[in-house]
Write a protein that binds this ligand. Structure first.
Ligand code: ADP
Length: 694
């Protein structure tokens, strides 16, 4: 190869290499570019990530702040309602005092006062009442707003209620040429609903009508449509203009809001009426023509009831018969001497004997010593409040049946009824209303009737007729609601209960009566297939008899006969067992376990236990060991030292389980020893074993 050839080859090779190099360089540049792009993307993602993190942190912080805020708000709301409750109590108590003392004064000194003096007194009373109404309005509204209002069901006599409202309204109308008309159709007289709320609605609407009417008429017409109640309140007053009409139900809204307005008022009345009507499931409408007058219409569904409106009257007949033969004792529990004095005056004038207690502890002591026929109980009490007293009473076998009438400025009626109160009066009350209720309470119950609850009229009649033919007194209720109402005022000796009913069903009825402390036996009569849960609920309600499928009517009847006969003849022969225990819950459990097997007496500390043992001489004693005042070992020693009681077997029932404790119990005189938690079967076996051996 020549030199030039060689050169040319090398050149060509060189060019080739150069091209390859360029190619590689291009690729490399591309790779670098794509790498850079990715790096850029990564960076963007990283930044986005950081942003997200920051956002999350911000959100968490915001959430924390919001939660804190909500907590603060909740605390504020709680504080507010607590404040309102306390504040209104502090105002209402002295106001009730003023009203009460004016009552006392005009009753006692009324005749000796000059006409002028009497008029002044009336003015004081009226002003105090106005002030009270105002405070109640504010409190009511705040309660409604906080969702703290509940609705109770009770028998309401609409005619009496409307007439009472009219009497109040008459005072507003005095001196004006306005006719007041109250017209309640006969078939709308008897309601089952919340009587206090109906009263508030009627009184408010009628007062407004009276306030804004100078001449003509103010009228209430009540009628029923099916079982819906329709009330129309109309007046021939100033009327409301079309611009104002849509706003009158708003809070604080007054058509004439100026300071020079001629009529008093807070602007809360209609807002409350509206809320109350809604609470009762109803509807409120208004029509008005300026200068002509105004018509309000209230509709409340499902409250008209076909039973008799005045059940009290049958009680008052009974009462007339009773009072001629016996004196009844009433315990009045109130820390306010004025209330004590008022109640005493009123009740004594009706022939009751009255004892008074200033606090809950004293009340319980007097209850145990005196066994009064009825108790009038305030809620806010020193030492132990009214709720505490009520639950103590309901867990005491001896006192459980004493009717309790709560009398309080606080409206907590559903709580009161759930805990077994006979009646709940909201202060201030007319003194005569108190005697009426106490009379009803004393005269009610104890007649040993059977209550039959079934929504099927045929079954009800069948059971009723068969039992009546056997000489039993039988009453009936067509649903759970009715049954609960009857039981509250007139507890039966035995209940025959259907389980399948519209609300509340039989199981719920059972639970509610047991919560309220009623311990009469229940015979369940049902076609329902019972699942595990139903059976548990029945056991908890200590139902002992159960008949499946409607065919077993005969069986139910004979069961009722047997139980009622047993009640008549056997009652004193059930063994009497005293349980000394300070924990209410334990007493509750044991009472349930032993129900129907023994008559259970109860005591809540060692001293009390010894007292009951001395008085009642029970057949057996169950003794808790750690007790207040005098412990179980001490109480056992004292009982054993009394020759009259020494032979009563005592079984220790306690959470202590060390050998020393057992030895100490044995030494004190206990012949048996059971440890908590208490086992039903073992408890029954031990008790029955002891009793049989005697
Ligand atoms: P107040 O306490 O001011 O009466 P309400 O809420 O009861 O507050 O009523 C709001 C307003 O509605 C009243 O101020 C009045 O102007 C008007 N109003 C209510 N009822 C009537 C009525 N029957 N006739 C004329 N105006 C009425």
């Amino acid at each position: 190869m020549s030199e030039s050839e060689e050169l040319a080859r090398l050149r060509a090779r060189n060019a080739e290499l150069e091209a390859q190099l360029k190619q590689k360089q291009r690729l490399a540049t591309k790779a670098v570019a794509s790498y850079q792009q990715r790096a850029l993307q990564m960076e963007i993602i990283r930044q986005q990530n950081e942003d997200l993190d920051r956002l999350a942190a911000d959100l968490a912080k915001a959430k924390r702040i919001a939660e804190e805020h909500a907590r603060e708000q909740e605390a504020t709301a709680r504080l507010k309602s607590q404040f309102l409750a306390n504040f209104s109590h502090e105002i209402r108590t002295p106001l009730n005092g003023i009203i009460g003392y004016v009552d006392l004064l005009s009753r006692e000194e009324g005749k000796r006062l000059t006409a002028h003096g009497r008029r002044d007194l009336t003015t004081v009373r009226r002003n105090a009442k106005t002030l009270l109404a105002l405070i109640n309005d504010i409190l009511d509204l705040s309660k409604i707003e906080a969702g703290q209002v509940d609705v109770v069901e009770e028998q309401v006599d609409l005619k009496t209620l409307a007439e009472e409202c009219a009497a109040t309204v008459e005072e507003i109308l005095r001196g004006r040429d306005v006719e007041l008309v109250v017209d309640v159709a006969e078939d709308a007289e008897s309601l089952i609903t919340d009587g206090l709320k109906i009263r508030q609605i009627v009184l408010n609407l009628m007062s407004n009508a009276a306030k804004f009417t100078e001449m003509g008429e103010v009228a209430l017409h009540a009628t029923c449509e099916g079982d819906d109640l329709r009330m129309v309140i109309e007046d021939t007053g100033v009327g409301i203009s079309p611009e104002d009409l849509p706003h009158i139900f708003e809070k604080f809204r007054q058509v004439d809001g100026s300071r020079t307005r001629t009529k008093g008022g807070t602007g809360l009345g209609l807002a409350i009426v509206h809320e109350l009507v809604l609470l009762l499931g109803g509807k409120l409408d208004v029509e008005s023509t300026l200068g002509r007058g105004t018509t309000f219409e209230v509709r409340i569904p499902g409250v008209v009831h076909d039973g008799p409106a005045k059940r009290q009257s049958s009680n008052s007949e009974k009462w007339a018969a009773l009072r001629s033969s016996e004196t009844f004792q009433v315990l009045v529990v109130d820390d306010d001497p004025m209330i004590q004095q008022l109640a005493r005056k009123e009740l004594e004038s009706e022939g009751f004997e009255v004892v008074a207690a200033n606090d809950g502890i004293e009340a319980l002591r007097i209850m145990r010593e005196e066994k009064p026929d009825a108790v009038v109980l305030d809620i806010r009490l020193p030492r132990l409040d009214g709720w505490g007293v009520l639950s103590e009473l309901k867990s005491d076998a001896e006192l459980r049946r004493v009717p309790v009438i709560i009398m309080s400025v606080e409206e907590e009626r559903s709580r009161g009824f759930a805990l077994g109160a006979y009646e709940y009066l909201v202060k201030p009350i007319e003194p005569s209303a108190l005697t009426e209720v106490v009379t009803g309470a004393v005269a009610a119950g104890g007649d040993g009737h059977v209550l039959v609850v079934d929504d099927d009229a045929d079954t009800r009649e069948l059971v009723e007729r068969s039992l009546t033919a056997d000489g039993f007194t039988v009453k009936s209720a067509a649903n759970g609601r009715d049954a609960l109402l009857q039981i509250r005022h007139d507890p039966p000796a035995l209940l025959v209960l259907d389980l399948v009913m519209p609300e509340p069903d039989g199981l719920e009825v059972l639970e509610r009566i047991r919560t309220a402390g009623h311990d009469f036996p229940v015979v369940v009569f049902t076609g329902k297939d019972l699942d595990e849960q139903d059976q548990r609920r029945l056991r908890e309600g200590f139902v002992r008899v159960l008949q499946k499928n409607g065919v077993a009517l005969d069986a139910v009847l004979s069961e009722v006969r047997e139980r009622m006969q047993k009640r008549r003849s056997d009652r004193p022969t059930l063994p009497r067992v005293l349980y000394v225990e300070d924990v209410v819950q334990n007493r509750d459990i044991v009472r349930r376990y032993l129900h129907g097997f023994v008559e259970l007496l109860e005591a809540n500390d060692g001293e009390h236990g010894v007292q009951v043992a001395e008085r009642e001489k029970p057949d057996l004693i169950l003794m808790d060991l750690s007790l207040p005042r005098l412990d179980g070992w001490g109480a056992t020693t004292r009982i054993k030292a009394n020759p009259e009681l020494a032979s009563i077997p005592i079984i220790a029932l306690t959470a202590h389980s060390s050998p020393e404790d057992r030895a100490k119990a044995k030494e004190a005189g206990c012949i048996g020893y059971l440890t908590k938690p208490i086992e039903r079967d073992l408890l029954l076996k031990t008790i029955m074993g002891e009793l049989d051996g005697r």
